[in-house]
Each structure stands twice: as structure tokens, then as C-alpha cells.
Design a protein around this ligand. Sequence first.
Ligand SMILES: [Zn+2]
Ligand SMILES: [Zn+2]
Length: 176
Amino acid sequence: MDYDTYGSNAVELAIDLANGDRDDPAWVRAFLDSHDEWFTHGTALELSAQEVERVAETSELIRAVALAESEPEVRDRLNALLALASPKPYATDHDGELHLHYARPDAGALEQLTTTVAMGLSQVVVQHGWQRLGVCSAEGCGHVYVDTSRNASRRYCSNTCASRSTVAAYRARQRV
Ligand SMILES: [Zn+2]
Ligand SMILES: [Zn+2]
């Protein structure tokens, strides 16, 4: 698949956010810290309780888009997600290569995050089809993924889940 680089990276950010461990009360801060390269240098990553709530909502919406089973469902959920975004395209070469960012560089962490994930996810869905989003087939996983394989054959969120399932299927066959 020929993905636009920033858009395809932004959709990975969206997927990571959707798969955040929401049982951990500190998960939003941990997520921001582990993805700090997505924020303009110097952006404060301490969010208020209300902002943390917004991040959780955004995460839930991305998941809902990935789990949608029809195009109208995808459209409505994408629009709910896009309603949280404040896009302000911005050209930058901060990493040495000229590319576009979706959020203005001086926006707060929450605005940068919601805008980037909403725009990144929508771009990929619109260009490559909503069937590219899916939920992991490994038993008990439930993580969502975006399928960037050429023949759209992906079934697992990660190599770990893929090999775990292969081993489980092998063992099941041995028992027969
Ligand atoms: Zn960049
Ligand atoms: Zn998985």
C-alpha cells in the first residue's frame, strides 16, 4: 500500500491510543510520555482530569470506528471523532523532511492529540477503505489494528498475537 507517511504514522498513533490500557489510572500520562515525539517540542503533557476524560473518549471513539460493521456506522463514528479535532494544517521540517502536520504547533497536548488521530484515521479510512480497520482475532485480545498489508490479509494486532494463535491452533490440532 502506498501510504502518505505522516498520515500512516498518525493512524498508528490513533490505533495505539485506542489500545491504551484504560484500567490503569495513569494510562493517559504513560501514553503521552511514550508518544512525546508527536507533540511540538516543549508541549506540556500534564493534563487536567477533564482533559484526561477527553482523551479516554477519543480512545473509545477510535475503537468504535474500528469495530463498526457498515459504512454508515463508520461515517457517523468518524464524524463524531472529527468533531473533536481542530485541524490547522502546518508545514514543518522538524525531522529534516518537509511534511504537513494537522494541528497547529502551539495547541495544547489534548488538541494536538485529538486533531492528529482524528485526521490520520479519517485519511486512511477515506483513501484505503474502512475494511482496513479490524479487531485482533487472538483469543482474549480485543486490540484493534490497521491493516497496511498489500493484500489486506491481516488478522492480528501484533506478531505476538499472531504467533500465540498459531501455537494454540497447532496444539488444538494435536489434541484431535
Ligand atoms: Zn512531524
Ligand atoms: Zn492481539
